[in-house]
Ligand binder design. Structure first.
Ligand code: ADP
Length: 510
């Protein structure tokens, strides 16, 4: 494709294994070995100087301690040299006569903030023609992401791209990184943008916003937003929208431990030898938001509507019926995996009251019939056994972690365990806020309601109990309103009904 990165290997974001950290090489700029390095952001080096990655692919180099490039180690390239094209030299301010310092660079060295959320790029025409060339922004963004996927970009970086036989020059203006541990944009965007260390890996989810270089005869058309590719994580995801109170830390921990691998560029997880997590266990007292979290995980991963099943429901006294229930649960995922293989979407199965199918100490579950055993065995075989499925995420839930079969909790199975406990005061206030959103928006909550005070006086309340409290306060207000009037009168009257602090206090006393 003439962009300098048409190697058969499309993966480039693996941490390089060569050149032990700290060791650097002095290299002299040289002409590109062929046209394929004139464009794009890959440079050529000698394979004797810099060995290729484990699978023979490109590596990342840190040049002069400040600039990161993808490098292709070639056996035929002269030792002690590095090919730098015009745009690369301009960016790094290196003359053909300068010697540069090159070091292996680990793209994940900045911790979880390694990926590009979005990037602003100026586009100009790099050739001699002067007629105006129209471009569709979305198409250009798509081409950009496809071509430079897994490469690293930083503010100030320049590169040339041969797009539909027209030479374009891109100048990166700002980058915005995403923190894969919480998926939140970093605090203080502006500062981040000025950070010379800010650089990130292009993924299929990265948004590229183009703007026209002032002098350029290029005419950019269309929206500046690239439509989301078939992303694994919804690009518009925001924790605040989830309606879960007080569990930010738990949620971002689950995310980091269970799903970070799912937003890697396709194939990367396999390349660096990690497997996606197939099962997680949420445990803790009832009503604390486990089901809520499980459902939101599904939404966030863009999976279809999760299937929900409940332990006691699965157990059936008719022999074979329980197995049948489980089979049905996995049937869709199985069918899609057969038809589409790795392209299959993610199927989420929420298993509530998982303890009910687990062997109770001493006696078999399901009334000592051993039915529980076969349910557990069937789950195990879907997770890591003979019928293993790659497109499922099983979320088990229980109030009693100690009752869960050890076999289910091993690595590769329900391997991420997260305790969801009763909310603390700050959490309770968040939950109160969430459950009073509607009434506040509609002016139904009186100004004397003090949510901070209520958070203080609801010690040991679960999220479900707090939501119950709000409901009950509403009925107190309604009752107060009806007093003296008739239900018929209420109909006209309800418009000025408000929920007051006394209603909440009344509900608390109940
Ligand atoms: P669990 O599965 O832990 O028993 P649920 O998720 O079913 O609890 O919670 C029941 C209801 O209580 C939820 O639908 C929600 O309305 C409310 N709730 C519980 N925990 C929270 C929370 N942390 N934030 C907001 N609402 C909550």
């Amino acid at each position: 494709n003439g962009n300098g990165n048409s190697s058969s290997n499309s993966m480039r974001a693996q941490p390089p294994q060569q050149a032990p950290a700290g060791r650097s090489l002095q290299l002299r700029p040289a002409k590109s070995p062929d046209n394929s390095f004139t464009f794009g952001n890959v440079c050529a080096v000698s394979a004797q100087d810099i060995p290729p990655s484990r699978d023979g692919g490109d590596v990342h180099l840190l040049i002069n301690g400040a600039f990161v490039l993808s490098a292709r180690p070639l056996p035929s390239f002269p030792r002690g040299h590095i090919s730098l094209n015009d745009a690369q030299r301009t960016w790094m301010q290196v003359a053909l006569t300068d010697v540069v310092d090159a070091q292996a660079y680990d793209p994940f060295s900045h911790g979880p903030q390694s990926y590009l959320g979005s990037m602003d790029v100026e586009v100009g025409f790099a050739g001699k023609k002067s007629t105006e060339i129209p471009y569709d922004q979305d198409e250009l963004a798509q081409a950009f992401v496809n071509t430079y996927r897994n490469q690293i970009f930083a503010p100030g970086q320049q590169l040339l791209m041969d797009y539909r036989s027209v030479p374009l020059r891109f100048t990166v203006r700002t980058v915005e990184l995403v923190d894969i541990s919480s998926l939140k944009a970093p605090a203080g965007d502006a500062k981040q943008r000025r950070d010379p260390q800010a650089r990130g890996i292009v993924t299929p989810e990265s948004t590229i916003n183009f703007s026209k270089d002032a002098k350029s005869p290029i005419n950019l058309k269309g929206s500046t937003r690239r439509p989301a590719a078939n992303s694994v994580i919804r690009p518009d995801f925001k924790f605040e929208d989830l309606g879960i109170g007080g569990l930010d830390k738990e949620f971002s921990d689950i995310f980091r431990r269970a799903f970070a691998s799912r937003i890697f560029p396709p194939g990367l997880a396999e390349k660096i030898g990690i497997q996606h997590v197939r099962g997680i266990l949420l445990y803790g007292p009832p009503g604390t938001g486990k089901t809520l979290i499980a459902r939101q995980i599904g939404k966030m991963l863009n999976a279809r509507e999760p299937k929900v099943i409940n332990g006691p429901e699965v157990l059936n006294k008719y022999v074979g019926q329980s197995e049948e229930n489980i089979r049905k649960l996995f049937a869709d995922a199985e069918k899609e995996q057969k038809e589409k293989g790795d392209e299959s979407g993610l199927h989420i199965i929420i298993f509530d009251e998982l303890d009910a199918v687990c062997k109770q100490r001493g006696s078999g579950a399901g009334g000592g019939t051993g039915v529980g055993d076969s349910v557990v065995n069937q789950l195990l075989s879907k997770l890591d056994g003979v019928d293993q499925l790659n497109n499922i995420l099983l979320i088990g839930m229980t109030n009693r972690k100690d009752m869960i079969d050890e076999a289910l909790l091993r690595s590769g199975r329900l391997e991420v365990h997260m305790e969801i406990s009763l909310p603390d005061e700050a959490g309770r206030q968040q939950i109160l806020k969430i459950h009073t959103t509607k009434m506040r928006e509609n002016g139904k909550m009186a100004s004397d309601v003090d949510l901070a005070e209520l958070a203080r006086s609801t010690r040991n309340f679960s999220g479900a109990e707090i939501s119950g409290l709000v409901r009950s306060a509403t009925s107190f207000a309604l009752q107060r309103h009806i007093k003296g009037g008739t239900v018929a009168a209420l109909k006209d009257d309800v418009s000025d009904m408000q929920i007051h602090m006394e209603d909440f206090l009344g509900a608390l006393d109940e």
